[in-house]
Design a protein around this ligand. Structure first.
Ligand SMILES: Nc1nc2c(ncn2[C@@H]2O[C@H](COP(=O)(O)OP(=O)(O)OP(=O)(O)O)[C@@H](O)[C@H]2O)c(=O)[nH]1
Ligand SMILES: [Mg+2]
Ligand SMILES: [Zn+2]
Length: 343
């Protein structure tokens, strides 16, 4: 039985799609017990973006293999607009079997909020995380964004913030947009303003995503799937509506799925984030993942310094001087408090 390598491009829980990137020809695969058990504290040992070894599937009875090595049945599974594998009863080739997950360059995990200490690997081997936010529908919550950013920093994945739905804000929100840019560009993050309606900022985002793998993340309804569609109108990720009752998203995307962009690069669409448990961090460590605090923190009189009550704290001085934004500092204090509460 031959073994080869591929990348996980879709995770549907019990089954997966693999492709030998950069070639885009997804084929089905399953996990067998052994790999599943190997993952230590993770509830999801195989994630989108994982490089895996697999055993080729066997063709179903009576079908002659031909052509593509990925589809031994000789019937290349139909791809609905390059994205999804559409199963077709009889001619379905038996799935490949994932035998090993190769070491990850990086990964993003979501910790369950129920304190079970179980981690869920969201995606692996990412070149960047595109964090989509919106000032309206749904209204942004800065501490939630900061929590996502901290998680990216912990895992060494460069976050880029996309302020989407810019077409909605107008004069009324001009100040809020400026404020947002002041806070996050001030902290050292790249912020791109986009609109899927007018196309503003989409070229810039496409250029950014044209190399490597970009994970699109953020709250439900901010427009992650819409942005992917705007980057490549040939793709067809499911796009939802905003609930009229709650002015929020409806958790339309339910799976992690990779898409190839016509202009180069791969994007991973993901379900909207809900509660976002912090990864295991010591109290003294948290501020290291706020780049602006890390920069000035060396100047604190005490090490380690929690930047709360200590005299001679350079971070508090920077907050007083307006160098570090009070919003970011408050998010930091919130995380400290929560961390203490959970221990
Ligand atoms: N006005 C405006 N509406 C947008 C924009 N981008 C997305 N929307 C709308 O926002 C709603 C939600 O979009 P989705 O792309 O499904 O959002 P999502 O982030 O993928 O949501 P989940 O899959 O639920 O996590 C849809 O009604 C979109 O049409 C934008 O730039 N401007
Ligand atoms: Mg979506
Ligand atoms: Zn300090």
């Amino acid at each position: 039985m031959t073994e080869s390598e591929a990348i996980v491009v879709k995770n549907a829980g019990s089954h997966f799609l693999l492709s030998r990137l950069p070639e885009w020809a997804p084929f089905p695969a399953v996990l067998r017990g052994k790999v599943r058990l190997k993952g230590s504290s993770s509830t999801n040992p195989v994630a989108v973006g994982d490089r895996v070894r697999f055993r080729e599937g066997t063709p179903p009875e009576g079908v002659r293999p031909s052509g593509s090595p990925h589809h031994p049945s000789g019937t290349v599974p139909p791809l609905s607009n390059r994205g999804c594998y559409v199963p077709q009863g009889e001619s379905l080739p038996e799935a490949a079997v994932i035998t090993e997950v190769l070491p990850r360059q990086n990964y993003v995990i979501r910790r369950s909020t129920n304190l079970s200490r179980k981690n869920h690997v969201i995606a692996a081997n990412l070149d960047r995380a595109v964090i989509a936010v919106s000032l309206l529908f749904p209204e942004i919550k800065l501490p939630f964004l900061d929590r996502i950013l901290v998680t990216c920093e912990v895992y060494g994945i460069r976050p880029v913030i996309v302020l989407n739905k810019i077409d909605l804000y107008g004069e009324l929100y001009a100040e809020d947009v400026e404020n947002f840019l002041r806070i996050y560009e001030g902290a050292g993050y790249k912020v791109i303003r986009t609109s899927c309606k007018t196309g503003e900022g989409i070229d810039e985002l496409r250029e950014l995503c044209s190399e490597g793998v970009s994970l699109f993340s953020g709250e439900s309804g901010v427009g992650k799937s819409s942005l992917i569609k705007a980057l490549d109108p040939g793709l067809d990720p499911k796009i939802g509506k905003i609930s009229a009752a709650h002015m929020q998203g409806k958790h339309t995307t339910s799976l992690y799925e990779m898409y190839p962009l016509a202009g180069g690069g791969f994007v991973v669409d993901s379900p909207g984030l809900r509660g976002f448990g912090l990864v295991d961090l010591e109290k003294e460590e948290i501020s290291k993942y706020f780049p602006e605090m890390l920069r000035v923190g060396q100047g604190c009189r005490f090490t380690p310094c929690t930047h709360t009550h200590e005299p001679g704290c350079a971070v508090k001085e920077a907050v007083d001087a307006g160098v570090i934004s009070p919003e970011r500092y408050n998010s930091y204090l919130g995380m400290l408090e929560e961390d203490t509460k959970f221990r």
